[in-house]
Design a protein around this ligand. Structure first.
Ligand SMILES: Cc1cc2nc3c(=O)[nH]c(=O)nc-3n(C[C@H](O)[C@H](O)[C@H](O)COP(=O)(O)OP(=O)(O)OC[C@H]3O[C@@H](n4cnc5c(N)ncnc54)[C@H](O)[C@@H]3O)c2cc1C
Length: 231
């Protein structure tokens, strides 16, 4: 296994492009460095010299560096409460201390701790691409296979909303995570992916499946109930 140590975000994204089939980014390593993780058998592009680890205000915007950890988010008074709650869905302190926001979004898991809450928050991702920096709506990024490097996540600092997680236990994979903020609804369903939109009817757009987290009928019931109760 080879580990690249790029010195700039552009260098990192170019390495990813040149080694598309054989290398992945390394952030906190909680997924990359475990057996069966997304980096198994691959080379690593280390992001840990690139900064991107600050929480900063810019007017009414909060800028979350992609290398901020879930614990940074959970602890910060700058972060809207429902996003902090989503970070706390990761119940292991050791993993919260290592796992980064960029890594969590980059994995595009259908039980992602943060995806539903940040999508409902209408977050914008500032990304580095081989053609330079650009901005992407988080929902579009999560539903694509885009390999750009997430540098930061931008949200309205006064954003309010709620997020609700359903799973067999706090530590097992979530069956459903539902969130709403300012009229944007977002839903992560295990086995089905992410849906979002301006109405609770997004529950009808997913194809639900039976799996270890619950039956298809149960997961759809949970999703609909969360949006009916709005909490
Ligand atoms: C036991 C266990 C249980 C877990 N359960 C859950 C769970 O229920 N829900 C959940 O969401 N996660 C879960 N995870 C996965 C993981 O811990 C988190 O998703 C974490 O946030 C990943 O962050 P990281 O910084 O460690 O990523 P890394 O492991 O360093 O990287 C993971 C992937 O993200 C990509 N990536 C990293 N940084 C960026 C970036 N800046 N831009 C673009 N792509 C990037 C990389 O290409 C890489 O392949 C679990 C992991 C373990 C070990």
């Amino acid at each position: 296994m080879k580990i690249y140590h790029p010195q700039t975000p552009l260098e990192a994204v170019m390495l990813r492009k040149e080694n598309a089939a054989s290398a992945v980014y390394l952030a906190g390593g909680t997924d990359d460095l475990r057996l069966g993780g997304s980096a198994e058998g691959k080379d690593l592009i280390d992001l840990n010299h690139l900064g991107m680890d600050k929480l900063e205000m810019n007017g009414d915007k909060l800028i979350i560096g992609a290398r901020c950890t879930l614990q940074d988010i959970a602890e910060s008074d700058l972060v809207p409460e429902f996003i902090r709650e989503a970070a706390r869905f990761c119940t292991s302190l050791a993993r919260r201390n290592a796992a980064t926001v960029g890594g969590n979004l980059g994995l595009r898991r259908d039980d992602s701790y943060l995806a539903a809450a940040l999508t409902a928050a209408d977050a914008v991702l500032v990304c580095m691409t081989p053609h330079g920096e650009n901005e992407k709506k988080i929902g579009e990024y999560l539903q694509s296979t885009c390999k750009a490097l997430i540098m930061s996540i931008v949200i309205d600092k006064n954003r309010t909303g709620w997020v609700k997680r359903f799973g067999n236990t706090a530590a097992s994979h979530a069956a459903v995570i539902a969130a709403e903020s300012c009229g944007i609804f977002a839903l992560s369903v295990h086995g089905s992916g992410l849906a979002y939109g301006d109405s609770p009817e997004i529950t009808e757009t997913l194809t639900y499946t039976d799996d270890i987290t619950g039956s298809a009928v149960y997961k759809k019931y949970l999703a609909k109930t969360a949006f009916t109760l709005r909490r």
